[in-house]
Ligand binder design. Structure first.
Ligand SMILES: [Zn+2]
Length: 363
């Protein structure tokens, strides 16, 4: 169901007569209700074990190489799958929504996901739900600890958005031998003020890029973050790009100003590498959540139950990983040149339905 992106247990059930299943199952395809119930009761660790097996095989096949700088990044971010006023379960988070007709309690689920990013690949590795009463960092630390225990050498640096620029997160990650990189935001006012003032008084390193330029500042040894037990480094990248508006043909200048705080020392990651890693953090948005939501029904609630939601999400991640690695590594260049990912995905779905069409007539 996940790999063929059917997006519903009922759609799956309706394929039960397909000859496709006889090649894969020893018995009949379970009903929609059974699949839902199994996912509600399943030990999600068993799905995580399959993720681990896939990872191990890919690693052995040298499919998980770092980029030229030699670092593999683990990007952590949270994603809200759905929100409802009507139904809640034990794992639901709650918030009050102010409406014209009065306040209403809204229920929702948020899951923190970890994605590995390397040379030309990314892999959705594990996920952890945010429990009622705790914040995102608490769930992220639980996830991080489990991943470090299970995959001790899978990555070198953990990256997160502005929320992760917190001393408790930095201290914990560093204490387990990994480096951290996070977007620097207003919440770390002293650190930000210090960094901005240093930028004003020091000339940038200027790098010409295609249709623009990048001005970078890189300062080490900040101690203006007293709760952090490790000295941190701040890298700023002020990027100017000329783009040509298709509609009017006019050239417009786009400016973006990025600041990151990291524990990575300069000898391990020069300025350009920190900028590259900082921008690479977006893969979890683009190739992670956008891809799974828009193309893999990642936000669909197959069964509203805490364990089922996590189980279905882990299965979606697994299907997405398998598909991506199949497309990139199994298919020949000529096939990839002729068909894009979406088309290959449709062919897989077609195979499932093809088995229905050639069934003998009958009830
Ligand atoms: Zn719920």
């Amino acid at each position: 169901m996940m790999l063929t992106r059917l997006g519903s247990l009922n759609a799956l059930e309706q394929t039960h007569k397909s000859s496709f299943w006889r090649r894969w199952l020893e018995g009949d395809l379970p009903s929609a209700d059974t699949v839902g119930r199994v996912c509600q009761l399943i030990d999600v660790q068993t799905i995580r074990d399959v993720h681990h097996e896939l990872y191990t095989r890919l690693k052995r096949a040298k499919a998980l190489m770092p980029a030229a700088h030699g670092l593999i990044m683990a990007v952590i971010d949270a994603h809200e799958s759905h929100a409802t006023y009507r139904r809640c379960c034990d794992g639901c988070l709650q918030r009050t929504i102010h409406l014209k007709e009065g306040d209403r309690i809204q229920y929702y689920h948020r899951t923190v996901t970890l994605q590995l990013t390397g040379a030309d690949w990314s892999l959705l590795l594990d996920a952890e739900p945010i429990r009622p009463g705790e914040d995102e960092i608490a769930a992220a630390l639980r996830l991080f600890d489990r991943v470090v225990d299970r995959y001790p050498r899978a990555f070198d640096v953990v990256a997160g958005d502005g929320l992760y620029a917190r001393s408790d997160f930095f201290n914990h990650v560093r204490s387990r031998g990994k480096h951290v990189l996070a977007v620097l935001k207003d919440e770390q006012r002293d650190l930000l003020k210090d960094a901005r003032s240093l930028c004003e008084h020091n000339p940038p390193i200027v790098k010409q890029m295609d249709r623009g330029c990048r001005q970078c500042w890189d300062f080490e040894g900040f101690t203006t973050w007293p709760q952090c037990q490790y000295p941190v480094r701040v890298v700023r990248s002020l990027e100017t790009r000329q783009i040509c508006r298709q509609l009017t043909g006019e050239t417009e200048e786009l400016v973006s100003d990025w600041l990151w705080v990291t524990t990575l020392p300069k000898e391990r990651a020069p300025t350009g590498v920190v900028v590259q890693l900082g921008h690479g953090r977006w893969t979890i948005e683009n190739q992670g959540f956008n891809e799974t939501t828009n193309r893999w029904h990642g936000d669909h609630v197959y069964r509203h139950h805490e364990n089922a939601i996590l189980a279905f999400w882990l299965l979606t991640m697994l299907a997405c990983n398998l598909f991506m690695v199949f497309y990139r590594r199994n298919l020949k260049d000529a096939v990839r040149g002729a068909y894009d990912m979406l088309q290959i995905g449709r062919m897989m779905t077609a195979e499932l339905y093809q088995g229905l069409l050639i069934q003998p007539r009958g009830p």
